[in-house]
Ligand binder design. Structure first.
Ligand code: DC
Length: 210
């Protein structure tokens, strides 16, 4: 079974997908982690992200595994390093590299071939699993999303700066040549701005029991 959830940064899709996966006892798969992990390696290698061939060659050389919903690259659990401001700033242009998207998509489909997953990202419902058993699009206002990130306490930016960077990233994500963020046909649209996590999960879980 594939449950696919898409939406912009801060819409709550990661947390919701994780909870749903826990409730159903299946694997949570965060597709953004792959783009973030590759971005981390680009930063570590001091590569110019605009050199698409070099970035792709680096990505192809990485052994990326997903163990218990955590990204492991070349044997190192990098999960705790994926949400720094440096990775945040670079991940959108890195994820816009088309052949790199194909590499990540192949990896994700390979993982979902043998197990049931709740996967989330930007193009899970449109490109990677258009025929998913269940498809959801989670949304929220940019202010609500910035506030959530601010309250995590992991960013050194002000609330206004976070909101600006979220809006910039949204724009870039929506304009991607491939894998642009959009609402898939037959996806259930949920605005989470004024909903609690439990309320969002309840809406989703209700779909399975109907
Ligand atoms: O969901 P996130 O914030 O961790 O995603 C990080 C970046 O990766 C973001 O700029 C969008 C991009 N991304 C993507 O292009 N396609 C996906 N399926 C998941 C994430």
């Amino acid at each position: 079974m594939v449950i696919a959830i898409d939406g912009p940064a801060g819409s709550g899709k990661s947390t919701v997908a994780k909870l749903i996966a826990q409730r159903l006892g299946i694997t949570f798969l965060n597709s953004g982690s792959f783009y973030r992990g590759i971005t981390l390696c680009v930063l570590r290698a001091s590569l110019d992200y605009r050199d698409q061939e070099a970035v792709l060659a680096l990505a192809e050389s990485l052994a990326m595994e997903y163990r218990q919903s955590r990204l492991v690259i070349n044997g190192e659990d990098v999960e705790g390093l994926l949400h720094s401001d440096a990775v945040d700033a670079l991940v959108s242009p890195v994820s816009a590299i088309v052949p790199l998207r194909h590499l990540v998509n192949r990896k994700i489909r390979e993982i979902a071939q043998s197990i049931s997953v709740v996967c989330e990202g930007r193009d899970m419902t449109t490109v990677v699993f258009p025929g998913a058993d269940y498809k959801f699009y989670l949304d929220a206002s940019s202010r609500a999303r910035a506030l959530r990130r601010f309250n995590q306490g992991v960013s050194s930016l002000s609330l206004e700066e976070i909101e600006e960077s979220i809006q910039e990233r949204d724009e870039k994500d929506k304009k991607k040549a491939e894998g642009a963020l959009k609402i898939a046909p037959k996806a259930e649209y949920i605005d989470t701005s004024d909903l609690t996590l439990d309320e969002v999960c309840a809406i989703i879980v209700n779909k399975f029991t109907l």
